[in-house]
Unconditional design. Structure first.
Length: 382
């Protein structure tokens, strides 16, 4: 597979070995002092050490910040900003999954913007404007899930309650992305499944989201077409480079498409991450076939389109197809299978109800609707 270069609107270098072209890009841009944001586990891997050595041989001065662990939280952003100021680097490179890339974006934002990161929360009535200098940042994704590398928002949780908050601005987009599917070849099957379902959830919910955005709809449908075929393949054979490439592309397409909006599944997933510490992709995967029926009646024609591109049959077959795919990928059928008890029901409902993602859901969602959805996933009767 050849390397391709295109902009949409982020400048993207895509294909096996794309990471090796990053050093030439930095030098061409006149960047000599680079601040690298990554997660602690990834920084210990051989590929990371080899890549860092490659950049250093090219003459780049590097400062490694590997303080990202789990879901990104405010404290990680503060530590990153402090380290960046001490380093005096002129640009930021995020390497990793969605957490590392979200922290890289947030660090870039807060280097010159005053106040607290949550002062810039999207939808907040008195939110501060994103109107000051943001240093250039670049992305090398290592998972195919969030698509954060091409997104225009960062999702950061507070340290105490772990409630996720979205900070949005087109100015947060990466200057350039080097998307190399070779970096996803070693992902374990469980991580492949969870991140892959995260990408699929973005694609599905973006298409279902209310509002007029045919361009996002088209991207969402083609992304689902790629992911529906590639995800079972990479789960069984992680070394299939063509399928890994399709999943990486589908992940980016999902992040582009969800500028239109997301929906009820993401509100449920954000609650599960906050209340139960569940990985975001896994939370989406577990909840998707429990939450989506809420939209079926109002969006029947759209479910027919989703079923068509996924190859599952007619509209009524789409959600059962998702349930079968979950089983095929070893994903828990419900929350009980993950050991989550009904004692969490009230807290889950409270967090999901205040989450902003469901505001673009095609069917209105009330607190009692969330209660029914979570109760179903907890095998409880109301």
């Amino acid at each position: 597979m050849a390397i391709s270069q295109f902009s949409f609107p982020t400048a993207i270098t895509f294909g096996p070995g794309a990471r090796h072209l990053a050093k030439d890009h930095f030098l061409k841009e006149g960047i000599k002092n680079l601040f690298v944001v990554t997660d602690r586990a990834l920084s210990q891997l051989a590929f990371f050490r080899e890549f860092i050595a490659e950049l250093e041989r090219a003459g780049l001065k590097l400062h490694i910040f590997n303080g990202v662990e789990g879901n990104p939280v405010r404290a990680q952003v503060l530590a990153g900003v402090s380290a960046l100021r001490a380093a005096g680097a002129e640009a930021i490179l995020g390497i990793g999954g969605g957490a590392a890339l979200d922290v890289a974006k947030a660090v870039a934002l807060m280097l010159h913007h005053p106040g607290d990161i949550f002062d810039y929360e999207d939808g907040k009535a008195d939110a501060r404007p994103v109107d000051r200098e943001i240093p250039p940042w670049f992305a090398i994704p290592t998972t195919a899930g969030t698509g954060s590398e091409v997104g225009r928002s960062t999702v950061i949780a507070d340290d105490t309650h772990h409630v996720k908050k979205v900070i949005f601005s087109p100015r947060l987009m990466a200057r350039a992305v080097f998307a190399d599917p070779e970096l996803t070849l070693e992902l374990p099957p469980a991580v492949t499944a969870a991140t892959g379902f995260d990408a699929m959830t973005h694609l599905i919910e973006a298409f279902l989201a209310k509002g007029y955005h045919p361009m996002a709809d088209g991207i969402a449908l083609e992304g689902l077409h790629l992911a529906a075929r590639a995800l079972p393949v990479v789960y069984k054979n992680g070394r299939d480079l063509a399928a890994r490439s399709d999943m990486l592309m589908a992940s980016m397409m999902g992040a582009v498409a969800f500028q239109k909006g997301l929906g009820i599944v993401h509100s449920c997933a954000h609650a599960l991450s906050a209340v139960c510490g569940l990985h975001h992709g896994l939370a989406n995967a577990v909840m998707i076939d429990h939450a989506l029926p809420h939209n079926f009646e109002i969006a029947h024609e759209k479910f027919a389109r989703l079923a068509q591109v996924a190859g599952s049959g007619d509209a009524s077959s789409f959600i059962p197809w998702l349930s079968r795919l979950k089983a095929e990928l070893g994903i828990a059928a419900d929350l009980v299978a993950l050991g989550i008890s009904g004692q969490n029901l009230d807290a889950l409902v409270a967090v999901a109800s205040t989450d902003s993602c469901h505001l673009s859901n095609p069917a209105p969602v009330a607190e009692n609707d969330f209660r029914k959805i979570f109760a179903r996933a907890l095998r409880q009767s109301l």
